[in-house]
Design a protein around this ligand. Structure first.
Ligand SMILES: Cc1cc2nc3c(=O)[nH]c(=O)nc-3n(C[C@H](O)[C@H](O)[C@H](O)COP(=O)(O)OP(=O)(O)OC[C@H]3O[C@@H](n4cnc5c(N)ncnc54)[C@H](O)[C@@H]3O)c2cc1C
Length: 578
């Protein structure tokens, strides 16, 4: 028997259901089939999310269902990490001022900045059922046994375990770590990281703290220990995921069994001990390793890798699901655009390949840096140099340390954020590692000079409401500066205005012209400042201080300088400095 469809998706996890849902949402006539080996609900590790996911869930139209399931609202994380043994927090919401509202809530206001901690069995099932409701044909207990390549880098068909054949115009490998299509298409993987870890985890009933989860905003715990670290992710009032991550070398040298190391790590930890005093562990203890990799390419003529089959960095960043959802979204958009025939197919494929590989790579580097800041490595600067070398930079240990500390793992997008983390959050995390105040590249600088030497103009893809559009971007050494939105506005402004006061005055004028409310203006101003910070951090803009000129003031939080441009800044006509 042969089944024909437009898009065949292997795997019904978050990547598969996101791709399927978006394809059907934006082109309901498409025949989209999802082939899932297991029957849902099924357990899966990877429960702690980042706020970016909420936006994609909203686009798919499933945020309300996820909210209705009552998963804890994640507003940040609490760490024991870096040079200090104290616990420190980082918050998704500026100032950490989350105001709990009755649930289920709407995707609006503060809730746009929050994430969820999800029981994957329930979460993945909600998503898969939603894809089905949007019209995907979901076939569970229906594993793909083989993938037949043809010449010209194409998939000819899939063969299911039942022997049935599936032929499609496009194929998506969303089969997670097993990456069946990736392997069958002979795509190699790299592990561009110096870290090799193993995770050992189990679920617990009635851990303290978890019992109040779901009432208001909550957070996950990440606790560094002498040999590795522990995650503590409350999934609801009575269930908590607790995992131990260790260097593989440590496990071997210890001569102990994973169960013994897990038990000892939890029992010895002064923060965990009281939380677990009345808790019981569910019987199954699971372990996995070798998770950090990046596929050599993510696209072929008629196939794509999405989610974990494309690559994964490390649990420390809680970014796996964000990469799975965002990558699958890009794949859906790319397939829709290929079908539309609006853009050159190779350009479209390259956009996804380079963009998403870049994102995974950034996260691998960020994870390396994160571990390096755990005090496990005796000379952090030497280690930073190794990371920089991996990224193609031959720089001194000191330069490498600065480069990483200022965001050397950064992305290629025009947004004022770094990777999947907000710029402000990233700076605060980096500062917490070192036990210092956050470092802001523009603070105290009065003048800013655009440096576009050696750039070429190119196009990058922007994805919105089911369509890809091309936007202009500068490119230099594989780095892109898309000239779009507020970032584009700041870049254009910097062609003429150079002083901080002039930039503030121009922002002020725009606020008046567009009749922005005070709150809207503050948000806009915060984005302007973040754009400037990112431009300086990435070397697109040089910052310096001129005698007598008013410099950029100190920041309060989330890039809101204490000086309020509406109130204190001169209007454009009054701005004095050149
Ligand atoms: C130790 C550890 C901790 C992690 N912690 C976090 C975290 O806290 N936060 C986070 O965001 N991420 C975390 N992750 C990553 C996260 O688990 C993954 O990124 C995420 O599950 C990827 O989603 P996916 O849809 O690509 O793959 P999956 O969720 O693995 O889904 C793939 C699906 O494909 C199916 N499948 C496989 N082979 C076949 C086949 N041949 N035919 C048909 N179906 C098939 C599987 O049954 C599965 O349902 C962690 C990962 C690890 C290893």
């Amino acid at each position: 028997m042969v089944t024909h469809c437009d898009v065949a998706i292997i795997g019904g996890g978050p990547a598969g259901s996101t791709a399927g849902s978006l394809l059907k949402k934006y082109r309901s006539a498409l025949k989209v089939h999802i082939f899932e080996r297991d029957r849902f609900p099924r357990d899966h590790v990877g429960e702690s999310q980042l706020p970016l996911i909420s936006k994609i869930l909203d686009e798919i139209g499933v945020w309300d269902k996820v909210e209705a399931a009552g998963f804890p609202v994640k507003i940040g994380a609490t760490y024991r990490w870096g040079r200090t043994k104290d616990l420190w927090d980082f918050e998704f919401i500026p100032d950490g001022k989350f105001e709990p509202a009755p649930r289920p809530s709407r995707y609006a206001g503060q809730r746009r900045l929050t994430a969820f901690q999800v029981d994957r069995a329930k979460y993945d099932e909600i998503l898969l059922r939603h894809a089905e409701r949007l019209g995907c044909v979901v076939r569970e207990g229906c594993g793909v046994a083989d993938v037949s390549p043809t010449e010209e880098d194409r998939v000819g068909c899939l063969r299911l375990e039942s022997g049935e054949e599936v032929k499609a115009r496009y194929y998506i490998d969303a089969s997670g770590h097993s990456g069946i299509l990736r392997r069958k298409m002979g795509v190699g993987v790299n592990s561009p990281t110096t870290l090799q870890n193993i995770a050992i985890w189990a679920y617990w009933r009635n851990a303290k703290w978890a019992s109040t989860v779901g009432v208001g905003g909550t957070r996950v715990l990440v606790l560094s220990q002498s040999a590795g670290w522990v995650w503590f992710i409350p999934l609801g009032p009575d269930r908590t995921s607790i995992g131990l991550v260790l260097p593989v070398g440590f496990l071997k040298e210890s001569g102990k069994k994973p169960e013994a190391l897990y038990r000892e790590a939890l029992a010895a930890d002064p923060v965990l001990r009281p939380l677990l005093s009345a808790a019981t562990q569910e019987p199954t203890l699971q372990a996995t390793k070798d998770w950090s990799f990046l596929a050599e390419r993510l696209v072929g003529e008629n196939w794509f890798l999405a989610g974990e089959s494309a690559g994964f960095a490390d649990p420390i960043l809680a970014a796996g699901l964000s990469l799975a959802h965002s990558g699958a979204r890009e794949v859906a958009y790319t397939i829709l655009a290929l079908m539309q025939g609006e853009f050159e197919p190779d350009w479209l494929r390259r956009q996804y390949n380079d963009n998403h590989r870049g994102h995974i790579m950034e996260h691998i580097r960020f994870a390396d840096y994160w571990y390096s800041a755990n005090g496990v490595f005796s000379d952090l600067k030497d280690y930073a140099q190794l990371i920089a070398r991996d990224a193609g930079y031959e720089i001194s240990p000191e330069q490498a340390w600065m480069w990483l500390g200022q965001g050397g793992f950064i992305d290629r997008t025009g947004s004022p954020e770094i990777g999947l983390y907000g710029l402000g959050i990233t700076k605060e995390i980096l500062a917490s590692f070192g036990g210092t105040e956050p470092y802001y590249a523009i603070e105290g600088r009065s003048h800013f000079k655009l440096n576009l030497d050696g750039t070429v103009m190119t196009w990058v893809a922007e994805m919105n409401e089911g369509r890809i559009s091309r936007i202009r971007a500068y490119e230099r050494g594989g780095r892109f500066l898309p000239v779009v939105g507020t970032m584009g506005w700041v870049v254009r402004l910097l062609r003429e205005k150079r002083s901080f006061m002039e930039i503030a005055a121009a922002a002020n004028r725009r606020g008046v012209e567009e009749a922005m409310s005070a709150a809207k203006f503050l948000d806009f101003w915060s984005v302007v400042v973040k754009c400037l910070e990112k431009l300086v951090t990435l070397g697109w803009v040089e910052a310096h201080t001129e005698a007598g000129a008013e410099p950029c003031p100190r920041f309060e939080s989330d890039y809101r300088p204490t000086l309020h441009p509406n109130r204190d800044f001169p209007s454009d006509g009054e701005s004095g400095s050149a």
